[in-house]
Design a protein around this ligand. Structure first.
Ligand SMILES: CC(C)(COP(=O)(O)OP(=O)(O)OC[C@H]1O[C@@H](n2cnc3c(N)ncnc32)[C@H](O)[C@@H]1OP(=O)(O)O)[C@@H](O)C(=O)NCCC(=O)NCCS
Length: 168
């Protein structure tokens, strides 16, 4: 079933929400001042999102653009809101924003073992262009980081062509 989302362009004032969502999604969480400091820098932008009925942000994507390239700094959706399409909606919004800003290459790093994010990025057309061996440590286990890249055109596409997304 399709679902509509609210997606909004955030700012430093959202740092508390970003820290809350990040801590719930990652073991190596970033504190609120880290988000506040990042969001003061040139080229850094954040989009937050929620399913239609939700009051508070349920996920976000933080990106940084330098010259004509951009990277995803971090990206998450809270547990109870996953698999509803919010991740796709956030990624799509960030991508469209970067396109209209003249960015032509988008990069990200993801653990090879990330069974939710890797398929999502592949569906979005990201290709693996590099690998950092044993980059992520989880206790005694290590996993490789995949470096993924997508070329962006400056042509605006309908949001998530072929998918159910109705926003932003
Ligand atoms: C990655 C993440 C942001 C995806 O958010 P989400 O809102 O659940 O994603 P969506 O509902 O938009 O899913 C889009 C597609 O991604 C893929 N996907 C998402 N979760 C998946 C899972 N658990 N298993 C397999 N595929 C998955 C599917 O292709 C899915 O499409 P489908 O539901 O039509 O099959 C979320 O799982 C998350 O926050 N994970 C923890 C933090 C993290 O790993 N962030 C990425 C760091 S690089």
């Amino acid at each position: 079933m399709s679902e509509a989302f609210r997606i909004w362009h955030g700012s430093k004032g959202d740092s508390g929400d970003l820290a809350r969502l990040h801590a719930a999604a990652f073991s190596d969480w970033w504190p609120e001042p880290a988000f506040a400091s990042l969001l003061e820098r040139d080229g850094v932008a954040v989009f937050l999102g929620a399913r239609g009925a939700a009051v508070d942000a349920e996920g976000f994507i933080l990106i940084r653009a330098v010259a004509d390239e951009a990277e995803v700094l971090t990206f998450c959706v809270q547990l109870g809101a996953r698999r509803a399409g919010l991740g796709r909606a956030l990624l799509d919004t960030a991508e469209q924003f970067l396109r209209v800003s003249g960015i032509v290459k988008m990069f990200l790093e993801v653990s090879e073992g990330n069974v939710s994010a890797v398929p999502l990025y592949q569906r979005f057309g990201f290709l693996t262009v590099g690998r950092r061996a044993a980059y992520y440590q989880n206790g005694l286990e290590a996993s490789d980081a995949l470096v993924m890249k997508k070329m962006l055109s400056n042509v605006l596409l309908p949001p998530n062509t072929g998918m159910d997304y109705k926003g932003p």
